[in-house]
Design a binder for this molecule. Structure first.
Ligand SMILES: [Zn+2]
Length: 255
């Protein structure tokens, strides 16, 4: 099922406004698209603030990124969208945004351990981070190729997010949850660090995906590094030199 072009245009306007109103992009960042058919995608144009989006602005492109019946150019980041559609025949909408808190995790190279909230475990899972790639180059779609097959939400390191769904409402929901989780994680870190769920609870929550009929793709949470630690375990950096000195002292004392 594909949306009609007019419905897709209305959705793009609505969610473009929402993306900017929620602070998920700055200036003219980000882009939204809807797949209209097997070989047509409707996508936001370059150089237009998302809050200024209007019905006639989005451009129809083919699967090679060439505009159809238009002399305007789509954003150079259309490659991210086309890659997502190529890898995922099941999706109909893509949002690429620059959510500041989630991006901060990738710049700090801090684990974006999203598996700390029940509904996120069920719906988003362990959001993967694609390695840094220069924007606008072919390296960018290549960096996310494998990850988008596995997950409806991912981060592009030092750049932004990619969320996909059956329509823009679904893709936006995932983007909103991703950024909200990143914000909560920052507060948790300020309060001493996020603690993981026990593995049994993670498994129980992931079992609920079937119960609720969750169709989105998500990387299983058990693979998140934070889950290798026990709840309550210290996450502070260990002073290796101090430890070695202590061990040597104790061994010497026992000789
Ligand atoms: Zn971008």
């Amino acid at each position: 099922m594909f949306q009609s072009e007019i419905e897709a245009r209305k959705d793009i306007v609505r969610y473009s406004h929402k993306v900017q109103a929620h602070g998920l992009v700055a200036a003219t960042d980000g882009n939204l698209s809807v797949r209209l058919s097997a070989d047509r995608v409707l996508i936001t144009p370059s150089s237009l603030r998302k809050e200024d989006m209007f019905l006639e602005a989005p451009i129809v492109i083919d699967m090679n990124g060439n505009p159809v019946d238009s002399d305007r150019r789509p954003s150079t980041e259309h490659k991210v969208h086309l890659e997502a559609y190529r890898q995922r025949g099941d999706i109909r909408a893509v949002i690429h945004a620059h959510p500041p808190r989630a991006i901060a995790f990738t710049i700090a190279e801090a684990p974006l351990d999203t598996c700390v909230l029940p509904e996120v475990v069920v719906n988003l899972g362990n959001v993967p981070v694609a390695p840094y790639a220069t924007p606008s180059t072919e390296d960018l779609p290549a960096s996310m190729r494998d990850l988008i097959r596995e997950s409806d939400a991912l981060m592009l390191a030092r750049h932004g997010s990619v969320t996909v769904g059956s329509d823009l409402s679904e893709a936006f929901k995932k983007l909103e949850k991703l950024e909200h989780t990143a914000e909560i994680l920052i507060y948790a870190r300020l309060l001493g660090g996020a603690k993981s769920f026990p593995l049994e609870e993670l498994n129980r929550l992931q079992g609920l995906r079937d119960f609720y009929g969750v169709k989105s793709k998500a990387v299983a949470c058990a693979r998140n590094p934070i889950n290798e630690k026990r709840p309550g375990e210290e996450t502070a950096d260990v002073d290796i030199d101090f430890l070695v000195e202590e061990i040597v002292k104790r061994v010497k004392a026992n000789l």
